[in-house]
Design a protein around this ligand. Structure first.
Ligand code: ASP
Length: 327
């Protein structure tokens, strides 16, 4: 089944959103009249940043206005997401969130200053991102089985990079480490762009991350990939085995990135933004860039604001029993 699968409920919500549109004021006719800020809650060069830049460059053409990317880092993406939740709900400040900022952060941060469902209007899903187990190129283990034995034998000295508590890289490696019953040293960065640099430079041992910024590095031989945590191999990396093939079927992980607007952003503005997302995802150039980086492009039915709302709800429900609070 599709992991951001549709439901009858999402279909009904889409119909209601359509009705609301009929009675909405004419605001969307003029929107946008100035540049839009897209907050990216991690450092430049990471998956969230890369996906945002690919899609918003096309959205800007559709909308006829510049979209400025603002990287706001800290606290696993929750600093930026708090800022986005409190921004004016006029369609001029948006955020590219992900499975971490808009789902896993809920159980991890009991004092989270926002709630992904109550404080945001879902705009549209941009991409699904399979998770890979990655390591510095000279880490001794040759394959996943050897890696598992190595991490178990060296847990007190092996270290894992991630993008802060609640980030996808943190949450997915937590899942891996709970399956392996190990607790390696954790090394936080402001995003997996800088974490990838440290992996390439050999300063950290391994990382679990969204496929997007790993593909060029794996192909270039600057890091190695032990497995992709999806049922099928990824077309962008045909030589990388699945976790099932490599002997760890219990580790299955896929993330996603999506655009959100502050709660109360007018429905006609959300609809206009969503239409720009959909158009970008149908563009051949955008599709090629996303697919070359291993992303999964959402099917048409999964691109509506209602489908994203359903995804957020189901992801919060999925992660809440799995993750323990950090404060
Ligand atoms: N992939 C990162 C994460 O771990 C975030 C990023 O740098 O895009 O959540």
């Amino acid at each position: 089944m599709n992991w951001y699968g549709r439901s009858l409920a999402s279909g009904c919500l889409a119909a209601l959103a359509g009705l609301a549109l009929l009675s909405a004021p004419a605001q969307a006719q003029s929107y946008p009249t100035r540049s839009i800020t897209m907050i990216v809650p991690f450092a430049a060069g990471g998956p969230t940043d890369v996906i945002s830049r690919i899609v918003t460059a096309h959205m800007a053409q559709t909308l006829g206005q510049t979209i400025i990317i603002e990287n706001v880092v800290g606290a696993g993406g929750t600093t930026a997401t708090t800022r986005a939740a409190r921004a004016a709900n006029d369609g001029y400040t948006l955020i590219t969130g992900h499975m971490g900022t808009h789902a896993a952060s809920v159980p991890l941060y009991p004092k989270l200053a926002y709630h992904p469902e109550k404080d945001f209007e879902p705009v549209g899903l941009l991409a699904g991102t399979p998770i890979l187990i990655l390591a510095r190129k000279d880490l001794a283990p040759k394959d996943l089985k050897e890696f598992i034995a190595y991490v178990k034998a060296n847990a007190e000295k092996v270290n894992a990079a991630h993008a802060g508590v609640g980030s996808v890289s943190h949450v997915s490696c937590q899942l891996l480490e709970s399956i392996l019953a190990v607790k390696p040293i954790s090394v936080p960065f402001n995003g997996t762009g800088p974490a990838m640099n440290a992996l390439v430079g050999g300063q950290v041992d391994y990382m679990c991350d969204q496929i997007v910024n790993a593909v060029p590095q794996i192909k270039g031989g600057t890091i190695k990939a032990y497995a992709v945590a999806t049922p099928q191999r990824n077309p962008s990396l045909p030589d990388v085995p699945t976790t099932t093939e490599a002997g760890l079927p219990a580790f299955q992980a896929q993330a996603w990135n999506a655009i959100f607007a502050p709660k109360g952003t007018p429905a006609d503005v959300v609809a206009k933004l969503n239409a720009a997302v959909v158009k970008a995802l149908d563009d051949e150039g955008v599709r090629k860039r996303l697919l070359d980086l291993g992303s999964v492009i959402p099917a048409a039915a999964d691109r509506t604001p209602a489908a994203l709302g359903t995804l957020v709800k189901s992801e919060i429900a999925k992660w809440t029993p799995v993750l323990k609070p950090v404060n």
